[in-house]
Design a binder for this molecule. Structure first.
Ligand code: CP
Length: 297
């Protein structure tokens, strides 16, 4: 695979090979076959996990980093275009990881660059490496994905993690329930797509009832993508995970979240043994090591 722009670029067999490689890379010292290669990380939006876990993954594989510390330090502030920036960085680096607020920006970069491009989030569209981490975590903790009952809760309209994950879960044969305020429901086109491609029937609900659920996957309301921030706060209050909302849930339910979390999960829930999102974030390193090994190898 040259580029990883969308989860639609991914086949189940390839994803499974990435999970296997991530297991190996997490359990023994990493090979240094990529020593001498250069990875550029271009982040035009803030990030903690994606940027730092790519940096850690690169360091463990012996890959050098070419990082713009902040957009303000680059010639973009002088008016240089994204197109020119990609062409220049492509001349310096062996692979580009890009996060940009515009949907389609990673695809544009992939079309322009000779070297592989990995999408680290393009607006509200896609976040395919996060989805591979999410699927890897489910598979590692539950020993399967097919047949798992997964509830996706929160902002299904604007969260790119949810758009990518719905497709990934459908590809692996999970049973999916979507729980969100009416105003933040998943776009119909994405539901039709997974129905047509994988035969997945997705349940839609606005009730915080997780009795049949094996995996509860929560995301924050994407306040930065709302015209009215007060509306975002109002909707968040209605769809908040508390210890009360988890009453009646299965003993072995696991709670995942791409993070950052803000107020959508009550702080006391962090102490529940169901919570696995910090572990999920740690798996970002072996999964991204496996992805870099594949696309740069
Ligand atoms: N999950 C995720 O993309 O986190 P960051 O925005 O911190 O990279």
């Amino acid at each position: 695979m040259k580029d990883l722009v969308s989860i639609r670029d991914v086949e189940k067999r390839w994803a499974t090979s990435i999970f296997k490689l991530a297991d190996e890379l997490d359990s023994k010292p990493a090979p240094r076959k990529l020593a001498g290669k250069v990875l550029s990380t271009l982040f035009f939006e803030p990030s903690t996990r994606t940027r730092l876990s790519f940096h850690t993954a690169a360091a463990r594989l012996g890959i050098s980093l070419l990082d713009i510390e902040s957009v303000g330090d680059s010639s973009i502030v002088k008016g240089e275009s994204l197109v020119d920036t990609i062409k220049i960085v492509d001349g310096y680096a062996d692979c580009i990881v890009i996060r940009h607020p515009l949907e389609g920006s990673a695809r544009l970069a992939a079309d322009l660059a000779q070297h592989p491009v990995i999408n680290a989030g393009d607006g509200g569209n896609q976040h395919p490496t996060q989805t591979l981490i999410d699927l890897y975590t489910m598979n590692r903790l539950k020993k399967k994905i097919s047949g798992l009952h997964v509830s996706l809760v929160g902002d299904l309209k604007y969260a790119r993690t949810m758009h990518s994950l719905l497709y990934g879960l459908a590809m692996f044969g999970a049973e999916i329930t979507l729980v969100s305020p009416k105003e933040l429901q998943m776009e119909k086109a994405i539901l039709e797509e997974v129905k047509e491609k994988f035969g997945t029937k997705v349940r839609i609900s606005n009730e915080m009832n997780f009795r049949d659920c094996d995996v509860l996957y929560v995301c924050r309301i994407q306040k930065e993508r709302f015209a009215d921030p007060y509306e975002a706060v109002r909707l968040q209050q209605e769809f908040r995970i508390t210890l009360e909302s988890l009453k009646g849930a299965k003993d072995d339910l696991i709670i995942l979240h791409p993070l950052p979390k803000v107020d959508e999960i009550a702080p006391e829930v962090d102490r529940s043994e169901k919570v696995r999102y910090f572990e999920q974030a740690r798996y970002g390193v072996p999964v991204r090591m496996a992805i870099l090994s594949d696309v740069m190898g």
